[in-house]
Ligand binder design. Structure first.
Ligand code: PEP
Ligand code: MG
Length: 525
């Protein structure tokens, strides 16, 4: 038995066989033929069909459309002709896909946007021809521990319940891989050096709190770890009801979600008090055309119909969450550039449409709908956002505090908005000048850092003075050892992944408000 260590980012102790996510296949220098052109394309179409059958909603439709593209007779004829002229199957497929891609790109508009979809099919077909594992999230048809170099938000969004744990060689504690893993309740370790050299099918255990991976388990050990995991979940699920301290001080425990589908994973939270952060950009990550007002309104209405209260965050595009439909140019320092609310400087129509869609969905909803903007830096930005949202008829308007400048001016921001929500992930990144995705800077990104807590305290103080709520919706809120400290600082609500709620509820119930304040005083020092 040996051990690998990384940063534990989503708690839970589980076990299973390793399944690695393959990268795009390289073309071999000399011909390797495991499957013919036809066999490779048929294998790709069959695999996509199988996955479409197992999926539902838009994911199933996308997979079905991709399966049809793989079965396109023109593509097959072209590749078979090239093979007949002497190319091996992998090169023939590569060349045929390149020609189709070029043809689509030349047609422009919608067709040009579909050209990029062919890259994924090309990678799958070439891998099939070479006898290599299919790129993308594997689907072995049984539970597995997913091991990858890193995952894109789009990859993570397609994970299903057969993934028992995620282990990546790259990624930081507040990267979106980590956030989505937590949202799905999948134990995860990031920045785990050596993970990619684990053998396929090797039986391992993953401790997503300690960041520890053990190899060399027996099948009986896997079964016993899995049984203990199920028991622990059941124990935590047994706790229900609203968040409160031991002496009854209420602290609403809210959920962080990226779509209505995430609410399906929220049963474990035990009586959530609503959604405290609806990350709307996750709905549109792989879109190359702007979602229409109607489409957006329908997606928001789906969430509003299922929760008593929803805090919607307007699109937070940029850095590790690019939204291709915005067509934003590359930047040398994307985290410091046009992202979050700043997109409004160059694409004002996008925020206008989104606010209209939120207002339209809110009109008929029973949910109490609040709206907030990400990456606000000055009170002028807060005031402009509040005016734009109120002009659409939205009544409860707030901003996120993710930039130290905003935390230091929290009192001024609150002159213009109804509430603040502190995004400790970005606030940590910007306060410590430490890229939140950087695996080597985890100590700086630790939300226990007193400098970060002082910024949170500043916001809470301003909120108390103005009589307005100040919540935390960064990952710190879901940490059962930090939640009491945040409450002691004066934070009025906590929003987190559904799977974090039970442990936070338990931690708060064990301390009085005064004890939380004592902890906060000590932590600030
Ligand atoms: C944050 O920065 O803390 C936050 C909640 O926003 P996101 O993680 O989506 O950037
Ligand atoms: Mg943020």
């Amino acid at each position: 038995m040996s051990e690998l260590t990384g940063i534990g980012v989503s708690p839970g102790r589980v076990a299973g066989p390793v399944c690695r996510m393959a990268g795009p296949p390289a073309l071999p220098a000399s011909p390797v033929v495991v499957r013919s052109v036809g066999e490779a394309l048929e294998a790709v179409a069959a695999e996509l069909d199988r996955r479409a059958g197992a999926a539902s909603g838009p994911a199933a439709e996308i997979l079905q459309a991709q399966a049809m593209m793989a079965a396109d007779p023109m593509l097959r004829e072209e590749a078979e002709r090239l093979a007949a002229e002497g190319l091996d199957a992998a090169h023939a497929l590569d060349a045929a896909f390149a020609r189709h891609r070029q043809a689509l790109a030349e047609l422009g508009g919608y067709f040009a946007e579909r050209a990029a979809d062919l890259d994924d099919l090309r990678n799958r077909a070439v891998a099939a021809a070479l006898g290599l594992p299919m790129p993308g999230i594997p689907a072995p048809g049984r539970p597995f521990v997913l091991v990858a170099e890193d995952l894109s938000p789009a990859d993570t969004a397609t994970l299903d319940e057969s993934v028992v744990a995620i282990v990546t060689e790259k990624g930081g504690p507040t990267s979106h891989t980590a956030i989505l893993a937590r949202a799905r309740g999948i134990p995860a370790i990031v920045a785990c050096a050596g993970a990619l050299s684990l053998a396929e099918e090797e039986l391992v255990s993953v401790d997503g709190a300690a960041g520890l991976l053990r190899t060399g388990l027996t099948p009986a050990e896997v079964a016993s770890v899995q049984a203990a995991h199920r028991e622990e979940r059941a124990r935590l699920r047994a706790g229900r009801g609203p968040g409160r301290t031991a002496d009854g001080h209420p602290v609403p425990l809210m959920l962080n979600i990226g779509s209505a589908a995430d609410l399906d994973f929220c049963a474990d939270s035990g009586d959530s008090e609503g959604v405290g952060l609806f990350r709307t950009e996750f709905l549109f990550l792989d879109r190359r055309t702007e979602p229409s007002l109607e489409e957006q309104a329908a997606a928001y209405a789906e969430v509003f119909a299922r929760c008593p209260k929803v805090v919607v965050r307007t699109l937070d595009a940029g850095t590790d969450k690019p939204l291709p439909f915005l067509g934003l140019p590359g930047e040398p320092n994307p985290a410091l550039g046009i992202r979050g609310l700043r997109v409004d400087r160059v694409r004002p129509a996008v925020l206008d449409t989104q606010l209209e869609a939120i207002a339209r969905a809110a009109e008929t909803a029973t949910a109490d709908v609040w709206v907030m903007a990400p990456m606000v830096t000055t009170w002028q930005e807060a005031a402009a956002f509040a005016a734009a949202a109120r002009a659409k008829g939205l009544r409860r308007v707030g901003v996120m505090v993710e930039v130290p400048a905003a935390a230091l001016m929290a009192d001024r921001l609150l002159e213009h908005v109804d509430f603040l929500s502190v995004g400790t992930n970005d606030l940590g990144q910007y306060a410590f000048a430490a890229d939140r995705q950087h695996p080597g800077l985890a100590d700086l990104l630790d939300p226990r850092q007193p400098a970060l807590l002082r910024l949170v305290a500043e916001c809470a103080r301003a909120g108390a003075a103005a009589g307005k709520p100040v919540g935390v919706c960064g990952e710190a809120a879901g940490d059962p050892t930090l939640a009491p400290i945040l409450v002691g600082l004066g934070v009025t609500s906590l929003s987190m992944s559904a799977t974090s709620v039970p442990a936070v509820r338990e931690a708060l119930a064990g301390l009085t408000l005064e004890e939380c304040r004592d902890l906060a005083r000590a932590a600030l020092g």
